[in-house]
Ligand binder design. Structure first.
Ligand code: CTP
Length: 435
């Protein structure tokens, strides 16, 4: 393992109570040798399998076992650790900790810290073959995967309980490689300029009335945050329907489709990746009244005219930009997505069936299919929008890297985002059908 990727990184290593807990010592040692600052949390059961002194000696830090064992009066230790972590690794992870994480339980130092952290979480499960195959465990793993928790799959072989099957903790080297890959991913968009649009446009009728749509802007925000977390220089063009704006991202606030067109085109040539997640009004009132409209009779007819299609304009103007469009559909998704891809000259269309459960405008989850010129490129199950954003940006980074030509130089010390990780190779995310 190269020292550089983990050097100076704060890793919280959670150890839970399984026979494989002894392997966590080797993992801790490798991470420390690679330059990481490792802080260990052990559950009550874990200390029955391996002595905290072993981990304390290897990590050179006090090992946390009790939420209420507050040694430093200036800090609340589980919050402090949760805040400082660049990554939380749980190895081995029992069925119990997976269930607690899936359901938000916080009854010990480890589960409380995991709930309190915004850092990415990597989990290496280990348990009896039948426990691992149990639908309850499988459901918990799937749920956690949807929320962006990474997994290092257990191996198959002789288990300590006497069974032969899947459930053996991955080897410390494999887990350490997955940890390293987590950090490597963070620089995958370093040096790239990403332009993202988010939210529903507002088309004015008069100074106090307008036409808009239900877009919450959450998908665009998630994409902007993911791009930032992978090291990109991000500009977000957002309407006011978007709530809290992300940190570490340049934001331009616009109102109408015309404003958005201008803001996008002003920045288009200098962008490497353009993601049009905004819900742009297709029509706007022909007349925008300067004064408030007065009631006249029983009917009011407002004439609408077509707005400019920003994505289509971007497609016409594109030189080397990687252009991503969105398609919210209710039927014939593949047909419409492919039509949009070609008509708007996109590199990728992210399509979703807005009538499907877990997909759509206002929720925190989405279920999308990705189309490129070859047709269906990926299909992901219901995921948090944050996870969709991360997977999307990881895919775009891979595609750009695969293009011939020079990769932009990553600025030295490319920033690490607090939240996001795209998935390291050899790491399992739950169900997916990436091509
Ligand atoms: N879009 C845009 N400018 C518009 C309308 C849409 O840039 N005036 C972009 C959206 O940001 C999105 C994509 O186009 O990325 C798809 O939006 P949609 O409204 O579904 O596209 P249309 O081709 O207008 O779809 P339809 O034909 O179904 O109305």
């Amino acid at each position: 393992m190269t020292a550089s990727v983990l050097k100076g990184k704060t890793i919280v290593l959670g150890i839970t109570g399984g026979i494989a807990a002894y392997k966590a010592a080797a993992l801790c040692s490798r991470l420390v040798q690679a330059g990481a600052d490792v802080h260990v949390i052990m559950t009550e059961s874990a200390v029955k399998f391996i002595a905290p002194l072993t981990l304390q000696t290897l990590s050179r830090h006090h090992v946390h076992t009790d939420t209420f064992d507050e040694r430093d009066p200036s800090a609340v230790s589980h919050i402090d650790l949760a805040d400082r972590a660049d990554l939380v690794v749980i190895a081995p992870a029992t069925a119990n900790i997976l269930a607690k994480m899936a359901h938000g339980l916080a009854d010990d130092m480890l589960s409380t810290t995991v709930l309190a952290t915004t850092a990415p979480v990597l989990v290496a499960p280990a348990m009896n073959v039948h426990m691992y195959a149990h639908p309850a465990v499988a459901d918990n793993i799937r749920l956690l995967g949807q929320r962006g928790v990474r997994f290092v799959e257990p191996g198959t072989g002789q288990l300590a309980c006497g069974y032969v099957g899947k459930g053996r903790l991955a080897e410390p080297d494999e887990i350490a490689r997955a940890v390293e890959a987590c950090f490597e991913e963070r620089g995958s968009l370093a040096g790239r300029r990403v332009l993202v649009t988010a939210g529903g446009t507002i088309e004015r009728i008069d100074p106090v009335r307008y036409i808009t749509n239900d877009s919450s802007g959450k998908m665009g925000i998630a994409v902007a945050e993911a791009a930032r977390d992978l090291g990109a220089d991000v500009t977000l063009v957002a309407t006011r329907s978007v709530g809290a704006l992300p940190e570490g991202v340049r934001t331009v606030t616009v109102e109408s489709a015309a404003d958005m067109l201008e803001a996008v085109m002003d920045r288009f040539d200098e962008s490497d990746i353009v993601v049009k997640a905004a819900a742009v009004a297709d029509y706007r009132p022909v007349v925008k009244h300067d004064a408030k409209l007065k009631k006249t009779g029983g009917r009011l007819v407002i004439e609408l005219e077509k707005t400019a299609d920003i994505l289509e304009e971007a497609g016409r103007r594109k030189t080397g930009q990687f252009l991503v469009g969105f398609a919210a559909e209710t039927n014939d998704i593949a047909l419409y997505a492919m039509d949009k891809l070609r008509r708007k000259n996109c590199d990728l269309i992210v399509a979703n069936d807005v009538t499907a459960e877990g997909a759509g405008f206002n929720g925190d989850t989405n279920a999308v299919q990705l189309f490129d010129e070859g047709g269906l490129a990926a299909e992901w199950p219901v995921l948090t929008k944050r996870e969709v954003g991360l997977r999307l940006m990881r895919l775009v980074a891979e595609r750009l890297d695969a293009r011939p030509g020079k990769r932009p130089d990553a600025p030295s010390g490319a920033r690490d985002g607090a939240g996001g990780l795209a998935g390291p190779k050899g790491t399992v995310y739950g169900e997916e059908a990436d091509s």
